[in-house]
Design a protein around this ligand. Structure first.
Ligand SMILES: NC(=O)c1ccc[n+]([C@@H]2O[C@H](COP(=O)([O-])OP(=O)(O)OC[C@H]3O[C@@H](n4cnc5c(N)ncnc54)[C@H](O)[C@@H]3O)[C@@H](O)[C@H]2O)c1
Length: 300
């Protein structure tokens, strides 16, 4: 199959491309805004283009079977400092991708959504049929992206898979709590400042398990899947693992409050039984995913 992965040079996208490249022909569209060219293997066609411009991306949608849409502003806390970025990258960018698919008769899309679409007033573990009630602009644009994909799927007959990802961690990820803690402790091994009260509790999944889940979800006949680990870990637990792996014993300080930032969801754990019923099972729990990630990031 000929597959296009937008955002394929990024953290999750590059790991996904390595797996898909074993059996398929892969093209990447990426503007390299948060990725490195070195993440992309030489056997993969790399197009440097921006999903915010339909004219730039459309010529590269010819003769495709499937598009995995992973290009986005992946940062959950850009808003309200920047009120345009989530909208432009995640909504306009997704619409441009959808129009390019229609104009080139692409038959299948896999859309990277997020656990944050469920918001904070939701059942834990959260099943796929829970209400979408995002509390951040990032979450709102991911929910909007899902809805646009569903409308295009219905009207233009495109097969659609939506994957709602928990916190995905692993080597090459240069954002998020684990990366920040390592960075802060390298600067000052004596102290570690934690955003919030350290009790925010979320599900973390290593990217290797994630990629297996993505492929399983794509190959299934069903539309929406949660992908995460079965358990969760709090921020204090992550700080403990990072400190242990770096052989440090820093004093912890807290910025306070239940949330790390405006729009943070203090607790997240997804019901993953739907994808488990398709035969996928994550190998690692949250703590194991975090520990493996710390080791990988320290080696880089
Ligand atoms: N990492 C997570 O925990 C997580 C959780 C839920 C959902 N997601 C989603 O998964 C996808 C991948 O996230 P990631 O963690 O690998 O982040 P990432 O930043 O490593 O990957 C995003 C990629 O998209 C590219 N990109 C960004 N804007 C672009 C544009 N305008 N045009 C072309 N390319 C552009 C970046 O250069 C990067 O390679 C995103 O859609 C993100 O919202 C990630």
């Amino acid at each position: 199959m000929q597959i296009l992965v937008t955002g394929g040079a990024g953290f999750i996208g590059s790991h996904l491309c390595e797996e898909l490249d074993k059996n398929h022909s892969i093209r990447i569209i990426d503007n390299l805004s948060s990725a490195k060219k070195e993440n992309v293997s030489k056997s993969i066609e790399m197009v440097e283009a921006d999903i915010k411009s339909k004219e730039e991306i459309e010529p590269h949608f010819e003769d495709l079977d499937t598009v995995f849409h992973f290009a986005a502003n992946p940062k959950v806390n850009t808003f309200p400092g920047d009120r345009d970025k989530d909208f432009e990258e995640n909504l306009q960018g997704t619409k441009n991708m959808l129009d390019a698919c229609v104009e080139n008769n692409v038959g299948e899309i896999v859309f990277a959504s997020s656990s944050v679409v469920y918001g904070e007033e939701t059942k834990i573990p959260t099943p796929e049929d829970a209400n979408l009630d995002p509390i951040s602009m990032y979450g709102a644009t991911k929910a909007g992206g899902e809805h646009m994909c569903k409308v295009y799927s219905r009207i233009f007959g495109i097969d659609l898979t939506i994957v709602r990802l928990a916190n995905i961690v692993g080597g090459r990820n240069r954002k998020g709590g684990i990366y920040d803690f390592i960075h802060k402790l390298k600067e000052n091994p004596e102290e570690l400042e934690i955003l919030g009260n350290g009790k925010q509790r979320k599900s973390y999944l290593h990217v290797e398990d994630t990629v297996e889940g993505l492929v399983k979800a794509w190959k299934s006949d069903r539309t929406v899947f949660n992908i995460g680990s079965k358990d969760s870990i709090d921020v204090d637990g992550i700080a403990e693992i990072v400190s242990e792996e770096m052989n440090l014993d820093p004093d912890l300080s807290y910025t306070g409050g239940e949330k790390g930032w405006e729009g943070d969801v203090p607790e997240m754990r997804l019901d993953i039984s739907k994808l488990e019923n398709e035969g996928w099972k994550p190998e690692r729990n949250s703590g194991e995913s975090v520990r493996k990630t710390v080791k990988e990031l320290l080696k880089q």
